[in-house]
Design a protein around this ligand. Sequence first.
Ligand SMILES: NC(=O)c1ccc[n+]([C@@H]2O[C@H](COP(=O)([O-])OP(=O)(O)OC[C@H]3O[C@@H](n4cnc5c(N)ncnc54)[C@H](OP(=O)(O)O)[C@@H]3O)[C@@H](O)[C@H]2O)c1
Length: 283
Amino acid sequence: MLKSESLRLGFGCSGVLGKRWFSEEKCATILRAAIDAGIVHFDTAGFYGEAEQRLGRVLKDVPADNVFISSKTGTRFDASSNKRGRVVKNFSQNAIIADVEASLKRLHRERLDILYLHGPDTDQIAASEQVFSKLKAQGKIRYAGVCGHGKYLDMAAGVPYIDVVMGKYNILNQAHETVFAKAKKNGKTVVSIAPLMGGLYRKGLFLPTTRSQFWYLARALARNRSDLWQAHTRLNMPKGPGQSQAGQALEFVFENKNIDIALTTTTREDHLQASIAIAQQTP
Ligand SMILES: NC(=O)c1ccc[n+]([C@@H]2O[C@H](COP(=O)([O-])OP(=O)(O)OC[C@H]3O[C@@H](n4cnc5c(N)ncnc54)[C@H](OP(=O)(O)O)[C@@H]3O)[C@@H](O)[C@H]2O)c1
């Protein structure tokens, strides 16, 4: 289904790349480098700060057939003055349609290749069939996806109106192994996220020197505290000659043949090229 079948690496325009304090020029440079290097699958979301607009501006001159774009719906920041910044969920039909329209506008596209429900519960997945088929019939989206975890992702792997499942999978956490196998058996596309544990699996995590590295460390402490020690221990395990920790972690993900695309993100061109080289070695 996905055009990037030859390269199983996709690129996430998210996190630091969507922050105002991270320059748009640097973001555009890394996105263009990804396109030039043959990455066609780009993932983003309306709630990733400036990420969607920035990706849209870079893609403006790239023909729609040359890239594969996914975005997400259901999560938003409460705009009301007393709750500013609070994350709220809304999977109503109207909210989903409004999210799609806003994403298409920001991305300068006529259609999204995949629209993911971002973290829905089982009722919200069950209620999505109608809106997904409406959006497909209108040509606004090609495929319907669920980005989630545990029993929610397991449900998505089994329902006929979901085409793509997106979940975490990496060298520290393979909890979705059976969900991915089920999804594959049911003919769905499997997209894995956090192949580098959102930066946990990176030498120097605890010695940040740039604002981006501080941000990744803060996010790791906020979201993945329980994995930190394990990641730290794993970092000191022997690796193959010439292999980096990140390379080892990526290879591990690509060894799972149920995974069609592993999505990673980076602010650095050398990291991008290193990840692409690993993806090319493990087709
Ligand atoms: N994680 C989630 O909760 C989540 C949820 C929904 C969707 N997604 C999607 O998945 C994408 C991947 O995000 P993720 O946070 O899960 O990414 P990840 O690839 O697991 O981690 C990214 C981190 O790894 C570092 N890195 C990247 N390539 C590297 C390399 N070759 N060598 C060493 N370090 C490297 C980056 O730092 P540098 O900038 O220094 O390279 C960054 O700190 C997102 O962009 C988004 O589209 C993620």
